[in-house]
Ligand binder design. Structure first.
Ligand code: UTP
Length: 303
């Protein structure tokens, strides 16, 4: 059934986690600022929001928030130095990140979990559906996901999560969804969610990844959600309540994503993201691929 909903225009980007998996790099720098080739991971995420038509971005920051704010602000000193040199290409690169969207910031005092970070966005978001993009989750720009999720939300109302099929031995790293098929092959109805289950208890192979389109009813639930796994207020627990009772905030659907996605907070995935994106870059790719091919061949000859 097609319903009428307010157009989604706001994106919330939680970027206040401690990033302990990436210490010591993240001791004084947010993990979202680590470069993927030559852009900080967070810039890809803001570019993705802007490409999906979300021009109002609220970033939830924590300690060490300065580099994040500075990156999306103007840098007049650098701009005038490049301008004086006539270096238009680099000047454009400096200005790119400050022209993407209207940026807002809110501080999450204590990193009490992703659910708590999302709750910090409530006064800014108000009573309209909104998108959440995790600042350390990179979706390859060639595999658009968010636009499809917004389409599904506009069609069904309620909330939409992004799902990816993972191997059973990986499911304990993610939130996992119990699902029912719909008439769209890439869309499922979510009937339940559990955070980081053991493989034996997992209701499916569908892992929740870092993109959400949420009904504002989630805020009321988060206000009452007690800390769950790891002592953190879990977004998955609030989504489970939405899925269990659709009279609260409408149904929960899942869009099954088959594209390329990297968890840049995980060192292995971070390296894979850099290699893949560097290989495909027009400027760096040809030389880098030649080197990589030679390197891999040499490695394979090692005993
Ligand atoms: P992670 O689960 O990756 O946790 O958070 P983390 O603390 O950032 O990293 P590790 O596990 O210690 O290495 C997923 C997303 O939720 C945000 C993070 O910034 C990341 O984008 N987050 C998490 C918050 O904004 N606040 C929190 O309290 C927790």
């Amino acid at each position: 059934m097609t319903q009428s909903h307010p157009r989604i225009s706001k994106a919330v980007i939680p970027a206040a986690g401690l990033g302990t998996r990436f210490l010591p790099a993240t001791k004084a720098t947010p993990k979202e600022m680590l470069p993927v080739v030559d852009k900080p991971a967070i810039q890809y995420v803001v570019e993705e929001a802007a490409a999906a038509g979300l021009d109002d971005v609220l970033m939830v920051t924590g300690r060490n928030k300065r580099p994040l704010e500075d990156h999306f602000d103007r840098n007049y000193e650098l701009e005038s130095a490049l301008g004086r040199k006539g270096d238009a290409a680099r000047l454009a690169k400096v200005q790119e990140s400050s022209d993407l969207a209207t940026m807002h910031y809110v501080r999450q005092g204590d990193p009490k979990g992703l659910g708590h970070a999302v709750l910090c966005a409530a006064p800014h978001v108000g009573d309209e559906p909104f998108a959440v993009l995790l600042g350390d989750d990179l979706i390859d720009p060639r595999d658009p996901l968010l636009r499809r999720m917004i389409e599904v939300q506009e069609r069904h109302g309620g909330s939409v999560v992004a799902l990816m099929e993972v191997a059973p031995e990986q499911i304990h790293l993610y939130g996992c969804a119990a699902v029912e098929a719909t008439t769209d092959s890439d869309v499922v109805r979510v009937s339940g969610l559990v955070e980081k289950p053991d493989a034996a208890d997992a209701p499916s192979h569908y892992a929740v990844i870092g993109r959400y389109v949420l009904d504002p009813a989630v805020f009321g639930i988060l206000r009452k959600t007690e800390p769950g796994r790891g002592g953190e207020i879990q977004l998955t627990d609030a989504l489970q309540q939405l899925a269990a009772d659709e009279t609260v905030g409408g149904p929960v659907h899942g869009v099954v994503f088959k594209g390329r996605r990297y968890d840049t907070g995980d060192r292995g995935d971070y390296l894979r993201a850099i290699v893949r994106l560097a290989c495909e870059r027009e400027d760096l790719g040809p030389d880098f691929r030649t080197w990589l091919r030679r390197y891999v061949t040499e490695e394979m000859q090692q005993p």
